[in-house]
Design a protein around this ligand. Structure first.
Ligand code: ADE
Ligand code: ZN
Length: 332
């Protein structure tokens, strides 16, 4: 089965590009850009990756992102992730980035988006990997600041498929961003939001009803409401689930306790994603392998999860069908 997991083409729909910053690149860029980081070597970095909840991770993740300064840094970051896609057979990826993490320290939006999109164009030319970019608003900041970020994103509309909502969930409900999501929708963006990762399922209702999102990122807390489960099933609302992340951030105590198999068995449109792979011990294949090994997933389960990733992607129907056929060809 592990060989099959590796062999199947996949789409990744929930990946923070800043979360793919490997310790080696962090050290190299810190030195090059003269940025102070509180680690003397790779081992010290890895030792610090010992999280108790989402906030304990975010503190370290935002500190790490400070080493990213030039367009070339964002290019190298994205290119390293693309090489992991090649390794893991990810043929389509939809990448989040957090502009405010960079603009707040004086790195222009343009520098970030240009570095990322140039690497994505090279990925298409070199490996045929297709991609899209989603701009995330940091929910611990104000809606006004999200509006300012949206304004900047509009200047690069041709490179951006949608907007999302991430960062500290507890105390920052979707309702806080209702107006800016409405504006983003009017501008033609796809809409996604992290909801029901750490906070309860009321945040998922808000994301659906107040933000009118197209996909839910995480959404694992939906299990606590029968009515919500039923609705998500009827609407076939995509849930981009990130197993390693949920374990590393203590959303579940162990892989055995993870509810992805229950969500899948209930008929929800669930996919598997790596979230912040450099921080959470592995890229997409490792996420599949971990749930396969601990939750007795069948081959049919794995195939459904992978097909769901293509079904839920922001791509046109022809490309979707082409990728779904590629999955079937491996299964022949
Ligand atoms: N930013 C990066 N990873 C995140 C996660 N898992 N939840 C919320 N914000 C994030
Ligand atoms: Zn995430």
């Amino acid at each position: 089965m592990i060989e099959l997991i590796k062999a199947l083409p996949k789409a990744e729909l929930h990946l923070h590009i800043e979360g793919s910053l490997e310790p080696e690149l962090m050290l190299r860029l810190a030195k090059k850009n003269n940025v102070d980081i509180p680690y003397k070597d790779i081992e010290a970095i890895r030792d610090a990756y010992n999280f108790t909840n989402l906030q304990s991770f975010l503190d370290i993740y935002y500190a790490g992102a400070k080493v990213l300064v030039t367009k070339e840094d964002f290019y190298d970051l994205t290119w390293e992730y693309i090489l992991k896609c090649v390794e893991d057979n990810v043929v389509h990826t939809e990448i989040f980035f957090d502009p405010q993490t960079h603009t707040q320290r004086g790195v222009p939006f343009e520098v970030v988006i240009t570095g990322i999109t140039q690497a994505l164009s090279a990925a298409k030319a070199r490996y045929g990997i297709t991609s899209a970019v989603i701009v995330c608003f940091l929910r611990h900041l104000s809606e006004q600041e999200a509006f300012e970020t949206l304004e900047q994103a509009l200047k690069f509309k041709q490179h951006i498929i949608g907007v999302g909502l991430d960062s500290a969930e507890l105390g920052n409900p979707p309702s806080k961003f209702k107006a800016v999501f409405k504006k983003a929708r009017e501008e033609g963006f796809k809409l996604v939001a992290h909801a029901g990762e750490e906070a309860d399922y009321s945040y998922i209702y808000e994301a659906l009803d107040l933000l009118d999102i197209d996909r839910i990122d995480h959404g694992v807390q939906s299990i606590n409401s029968d009515a919500l489960m039923q609705r998500l099933k009827e609407e076939q609302m995509p849930l981009t689930v990130c197993p390693n992340s949920n374990i590393e951030l203590k959303v579940f105590d162990s892989y055995e306790q993870h509810n992805i198999k229950q969500l899948l068995d209930f008929g929800l449109n669930v996919s598997v994603n790596s979230d912040d792979p450099a921080y959470f011990k592995g890229y997409i294949n490792q996420n599949f392998i971990n749930i396969y090994e601990h939750l007795t997933l069948s081959e049919a389960d794995i195939v459904t999860l992978i097909k769901n990733s293509f079904r839920s992607a922001f791509i046109d129907n022809d490309l979707k069908q082409q990728y779904l056929r590629q999955v079937d060809q491996v299964l022949l």
